[in-house]
Each structure stands twice: as structure tokens, then as C-alpha cells.
Write a protein that binds this ligand. Structure first.
Ligand code: ATP
Length: 303
């Protein structure tokens, strides 16, 4: 196979708690991850040039080894001694530096793609293990769907799929550095931790309201003061009929969970009228179809 097309799905956090900081400086987290049907399109093509070439529709993204898909490709090329060339075209649709793991999703898709194209025979767990070397969110992005992430985010356990629902996403015109948000969090006392276990039991009970009403993200404490419009957008979503609304990851993307499609589209218009962003999307939750029994697999990957 000389050419391959892949979808790299964005994620949201239905819950994000920080439990502490490890000696190596990484934060211990407990997060509920959920894929959404907003994806980057990726094309991988073999070339004769014996190098890794990247093209993208976003002029400001790096095209060299600083692009995470370059790192993913190089990791497998080095390990398997592949001395060939590929061109990777990234059609970026997931907002960048937005708390939606767009880069990690691209890296995960490229690991899957290179594995397939060069017949490396790596299983999902093997890919997740290699993904962890590139970034903490990459193992989850190989699995996709509804999952619990612990450790530094790299220990993944599939959860009961969320009840399919509409998701309204809005990314304010501010770029947020995940690293700086975690660093600043260390200066703050977290008084209220979200109850992640209630979100997990809501999922098990197929109770979307319970899931949504127990959402919480401790990183809002740091990001909202830098980007107060997040609070206005959350309010607009709830006024517009969302069961609940929250910031994803380190932000600034805000999402609302809607049962009603019309409410989601009307609220999209209302948010566009606020003129704080053009990046507003209505999408749905995404859960890949898994083979029989696959969902019952416990922790797929641990560092
Ligand atoms: P997370 O939710 O994991 O914190 P994020 O949404 O905050 O992710 P990304 O969009 O994944 O952040 O990327 C953040 C930075 O990584 C960008 O500033 C960008 O320059 C760099 N980057 C490198 N490769 C990519 C890529 N393929 N797609 C997007 N960003 C990339």
C-alpha cells in the first residue's frame, strides 16, 4: 500500500483532576476522556526521497522534527530500520493549543498508519506503549472513545461508552500553553476536587445527566482568570439548553453537552454573536466500534 488516509479524532475531558505532583515534576492526574467527531484528516504517502516530509493547511505549524507527527514517524522508522520516504499531509481541523489533544491525535493516527503501511505487525498495546514515549495523551488517542486516564495521563482504562449526544465546542481566540497552566496550578490550593468516580458510575448506568452534572476540571482555576470569556461561554451554553458546560484540558476550549440538536445549533449562533471567537462547532461524541469483548480489556497500557 502506497497511500493511506486516516482520521485523528479530538478529545474532551469530561473530568480532570490533579491528585499531586511526582518527584520528577509530572502531575498525577485522573481524567475521563471522550473522543468527539471533529477530526484532522491525515494522508500518508510513500515517496522516493528517503525523508519525512510534512504539509499542512496551517502555516504556523512546524514542518520539521518539532511537528509531533515527524517524531511519531521517526520513532518507528528508527526502531524498524526503515530507510524509505513518506509525505504526510495534515488537514488540521481540531483547534490548535486548545485542550483537545490535536497534536497527540495526529501522532496516534500516524503511528497506526506507519504500522499498517510498512507491515510492522504492532498490536494496539504496542502502539500505545510507543505513543507514551511521544506524549502523555498519545496512548489514549490510539484507543479513542470513553476512557479513564491516570498516572500522568498514560495509564488508560476503557470505560462504558457515553450515551451519544451533541457537543457544542467554542475555542476563544487565546492560545494556552498546557505546561504553564500546570506550573501555575502548583501555586494554588485546590479546595474542590471533582468526583471522577461519580462520572464513571454515571457512564456505567448510561445516565448522561449524571455524567454531565458531575463534570469538573481543576485547571479552570488557572485558565479562567487568564481568559474570563470562558465563564461567559459556559453560561451561554447552559442558558441555551446544555445539560452542563466545562473547559476541556488546560483550555481554552469550552464545550457543552446537549441532548437536543436544535438547541446546540441555536446556541452556536448565540456564541458567534458574542464575537469572541469564530471557532464554534456542533459535533457529536465519537466511540469507535470495537470487536466483541474488546471493551472489557482492563488497563491497556502502563508506562
Ligand atoms: P493537549 O490537549 O494535549 O494539551 P493542545 O490542544 O493543548 O493539546 P496541540 O494542538 O496538540 O495542543 O499542540 C500544541 C502545540 O504543539 C502547538 O503550539 C504546535 O505548535 C505544536 N505542534 C506540533 N505538531 C503539531 C500538530 N501535528 N498539530 C498541532 N500542533 C502541533
Amino acid at each position: 500500500m502506497d497511500k493511506l488516509f486516516l482520521k485523528a479524532y479530538g478529545k474532551l475531558n469530561l473530568g480532570l483532576d490533579v491528585l499531586g505532583i511526582r518527584e520528577d515534576g509530572y502531575h498525577e492526574v485522573k481524567m475521563v476522556m471522550q473522543s468527539v467527531n471533529l477530526y484532522d484528516g491525515i494522508e500518508i504517502e510513500k515517496t522516493d526521497k528517503k525523508d519525512i516530509e510534512i504539509e499542512t493547511n496551517l502555516y504556523y505549524l512546524p514542518l520539521n522534527e518539532n511537528n509531533i507527527v515527524y517524531k511519531a514517524t521517526k520513532l518507528l522508522f528508527d526502531e524498524f530500520g526503515i530507510n524509505e520516504g513518506v509525505k504526510i499531509k495534515l488537514d488540521k481541523r481540531i483547534p490548535v493549543a486548545a485542550g483537545m489533544a490535536g497534536g497527540s491525535a495526529d501522532a496516534a493516527a500516524v503511528l497506526r498508519g506507519i504500522n499498517k503501511m510498512f507491515n510492522l505487525g504492532l498490536k494496539r498495546n504496542d502502539l500505545m506503549e510507543r505513543g507514551g514515549k511521544i506524549g502523555a495523551d498519545v496512548p489514549y488517542c490510539i484507543l479513542n472513545g470513553t476512557a479513564l486516564a491516570t498516572g500522568i495521563g498514560e495509564k488508560i482504562e476503557p470505560l462504558t461508552d457515553i450515551e451519544e449526544c451533541y457537543i457544542l465546542l467554542a475555542k476563544p481566540n487565546v492560545n494556552i500553553s498546557t505546561k504553564s497552566i500546570y506550573t501555575e496550578l502548583d501555586e494554588i490550593e485546590i479546595k474542590n476536587h471533582p468526583d471522577i468516580d461519580l462520572i464513571v458510575s454515571g457512564l456505567k448506568e448510561k445516565n448522561l445527566r449524571k455524567v454531565a452534572l458531575n463534570m469538573g476540571n481543576v485547571l479552570e482555576l488557572v485558565t479562567i482568570p487568564k481568559c474570563p470569556v470562558i465563564t461567559d461561554i459556559k453560561k451561554k451554553m447552559i442558558d441555551g439548553g446544555a445539560i452542563n458546560s466545562m473547559m476541556s484540558g488546560s483550555g481554552p476550549t469550552v464545550f457543552g453537552i446537549f441532548e437536543n440538536e436544535e438547541d446546540a445549533y441555536q446556541t452556536k449562533k448565540d456564541i458567534m454573536d458574542m464575537q469572541c471567537t469564530n471557532l464554534v462547532y456542533v459535533t457529536k461524541t465519537f466511540n469507535p466500534k470495537r470487536r466483541n469483548g474488546e471493551k472489557n480489556v482492563k488497563t491497556c497500557y502502563e508506562k
